[in-house]
Design a protein around this ligand. Sequence first.
Ligand code: ADP
Length: 350
Amino acid sequence: MTVIELDKVSLTYPNSATSAVSDISFQIKKGEVLALLGPSGSGKTTLLRLIAGFEHPDEGLVLLEGRNVCQSGDCVPPEKRGIGMVFQDYALFPHLSVSQNIAFGLKKMSRSDRLKKVNEIIEMVGLTPFRERYPHELSGGQQQRVALARALAPDPIVVLLDEPFSNLDPDMRTEMRREVSAILKNTGSTAVLVTHDHEEAFCMADQIVLLNQGRLEQYGSPEAIYHTPLTPFVADFVGQADFIPGLVQGKVIETVIGDLQNKTGFASGTEVMVMIRPDDIDLLPRETGKTTILARQFRGSENLYTLQLPTGEIVHSSQHSLTVIPEQTKVNIRLKMTHTVVFEKSEVKS
Ligand code: ADP
């Protein structure tokens, strides 16, 4: 079942020359986590606000459970949309305990139902020992669990999470991504996550809407976005991507590091750019090698080598961190790509 649908939605803020979001369409199914991913200013928050009802589209439709929420200028207000929100700063009520914070949205329930629901959800997010504490007596991660519990308690049709991990330190962030994912999956919740961090989107989302300057660059699974980026922007945004020139010659694409299978529709003679990721390249130190190691960056589980090809282009190769090859070593390189991503030369900014 489709819980949320945006159909060709555009919005320009008053006094703004350009649209904040333009012609955006996507759907979120029940139980799915969708990430709105993109750099700062790409329109993520605007889309979240359009779903929540704090903004209304100039063009296009927002449908919640199949219902158009703005009919000829008459829009369903945020509090009537059945949506839960988790804000960046959690926005907990400082003078209310954990259980009171969670009970806040359940005023319409009977006292006994409310108590039952609060107990159930506190247990689920692992906060039972902290139920009488106040927000300032909790760690960042615990406050976040309260915020999520408060959002989920009224059984919203969707929970919106606005950069929910940005206030946590990196270790805590990794743990909370896992925990929040597990809670969302265990409760079968539908969620929209706003993030500028592709790793966060990859590990939490079923579907990603990748935005750039208010436009949708790509909409698909994390795997599709990483392995088959549709634009150079996507390729670059979701991981290290280098581009090397190639020339289409029938069934192959000739490049400085060898011929690649041509599975594109480009005609012979087309000048293209081939995307190379660091995990696509293997290297072997050889005195006769024509490629030079310019730098090595130790990243814990891997070493990232910066390589200069004989034609001057720079590419990167990730190797196991126990293999240390000094800078300036000459190497031979071998491509171990399972598929090639190719763009027309004019599409790739140098
Ligand atoms: P993101 O969440 O990806 O950082 P936003 O949705 O906040 O992006 O912003 C998208 C664009 O809309 C940006 O160019 C931003 O400057 C502009 N914008 C956001 N909010 C307003 C506003 N209230 N008034 C005018 N312009 C805005």
